[in-house]
Write a protein that binds this ligand. Sequence first.
Ligand SMILES: Nc1nc2c(ncn2[C@@H]2O[C@H](COP(=O)(O)OP(=O)(O)O)[C@@H](O)[C@H]2O)c(=O)[nH]1
Ligand SMILES: [Mg+2]
Length: 301
Amino acid sequence: MFKSIRESLTRTRQSVFGQIVSVLGMGEITDETWDDLEALLIQADVGVPTTLALVDALRARASKDGLFRAEQLIQALKEELRAILFDPPVFELEEPRQLTVVMVVGVNGSGKTTTIGKLAHKYLADGRKVILAAGDTFRAAAIDQLKIWSERAGAPLIAGQPGSDPAAVAYDGIRAARARGFDLLIIDTAGRLHTKFNLMRELEKMRSVCQKSVHAAPHEVLLVLDAPTGQNALTQAQKFKESVHVTGVILTKLDGAAKGGMVFAIYRELGLPVRFIGTGEKIEDLAPFDPDLFIEGLFEG
Ligand SMILES: Nc1nc2c(ncn2[C@@H]2O[C@H](COP(=O)(O)OP(=O)(O)O)[C@@H](O)[C@H]2O)c(=O)[nH]1
Ligand SMILES: [Mg+2]
């Protein structure tokens, strides 16, 4: 797994974090050092508030610990970055219970359906009995696409007609899971952010059906965010977080983007843990998020 995280961080490392050492130089810390560091972190999509807090913390450490050479900052920076990645609450998806219900939410194109295929593949390999529900009823193509992933992964799919009520699909998924002895139901959802279509209300209705049908469900609501969209994704995330009680993030397409710094903004500004990273388009291209490997992967090729 280390390889996978490290490889997907190649761009982020090459364009930013791996460069910090050379960009900061080997000389004494000057005002320019702080300006360069700030610019680099913003470039990596760490986000302005988190970047400013990091630079402040490092300045305070430099004066407290008497750091005066730029290269001494690297270790301090790694420690400050690691401190942002708080220990997450228990990952309910992996807790034993009769039926775990997971909703996967996010805007169109972020990678929800692909990620559901990957999750099904992973948890089937872990010995779980996985079933999927096609809650993105908005487009017929979305149902077909999930059908392909369900066949690829080898998990059955519960689907309704295009245009049907997604909350009813969620309910059918729960009923089928119970009747047929499945222990993990993963529900796909629509991601159309549009004025005339109230996505948040629809998701809330799906959530409420889960809540009424299964104790403590949905056990996880995972928000899929697309790394290349950078800071825009954080703004969207805030809306989802408020409306549908998101419990964790899956950051996709990190393999193609130099935006690995987003992880820090997700933890610090959204207060959400990252659970997985999407490392490519294939079924096995999903890596559990490990904070220590992540920090290592940012700096060391
Ligand atoms: N490179 C890369 N592409 C991804 C990843 N996850 C999803 N994609 C691609 O993103 C596109 C949109 O994915 P899809 O699952 O349809 O998104 P949805 O609209 O949110 O369901 C597809 O072309 C996927 O192959 C990833 O981790 N890495
Ligand atoms: Mg989809």
